[in-house]
Design a protein around this ligand. Sequence first.
Ligand SMILES: [Zn+2]
Ligand SMILES: [Zn+2]
Length: 242
Amino acid sequence: MNIIADLHTHTLACRHGFSTVTEVIRAAAEKKLLAVGLTEHGPGYPGSVSYAYFNTYRDIPAQMFGIRVLKGCEANLMDRDGKLDFTAEQLAKLDIVIASCHGEVTPCGSVEENTAMYLGAIRNPRVDVIGHPDSPKYPIDVLRVVQEAARCGVALEINNSSPAARPGSEAMCTAIIQAALQFGAKLAVASDAHYHMAVGEFSYALRLLKENNIPEEQVINSSWERLTNYLQQRRQAASSGD
Ligand SMILES: [Zn+2]
Ligand SMILES: [Zn+2]
């Protein structure tokens, strides 16, 4: 399977990343990707940027070094209903929206509570990808979460940084992939790079997808056409619901 875009990256701006926006985009171009997602942590994450950062994306060209720059965010689930740290209007201006749980800001509860929280984010029409749903810190009812993601057409992320950032997450990630195969849920592959050298690194994610025989049609960033169709459909569906 060929992954044509890295949909999840961070920069110096969040204060625990180590590269500039320019370095991240250039690294993606050097890896021969066709697109890269700038998905800085939302304002709810301690030390990250304010909303003004995302509102100033207009100064970054949509094409740099010959590739498409997707100006997005990694929003935080802020409460047990899965509410995010952006308004719907703010999210509507972005090219890609990832929504994730982070121990620094997202409450952790029982399996029932965590599942309900994820379902809330999945039902948000402005969310394109659920980031690293494989976190063992947030145990969930995998079948319910994946089934709802399939129903709502939201992609679940296979995060290449999970083994390092979320030790012990492989079993949960595998369960998510197998459920995605069962229910036809869409998946997204991403590096979650916090340094430009990790941009475009997908070896762990691709191994898991291969081991579980996931067809490439199920992975939104396995072709340019699939990615653009997916993002376009999400935006059309979200605006028709306004
Ligand atoms: Zn994250
Ligand atoms: Zn991230």
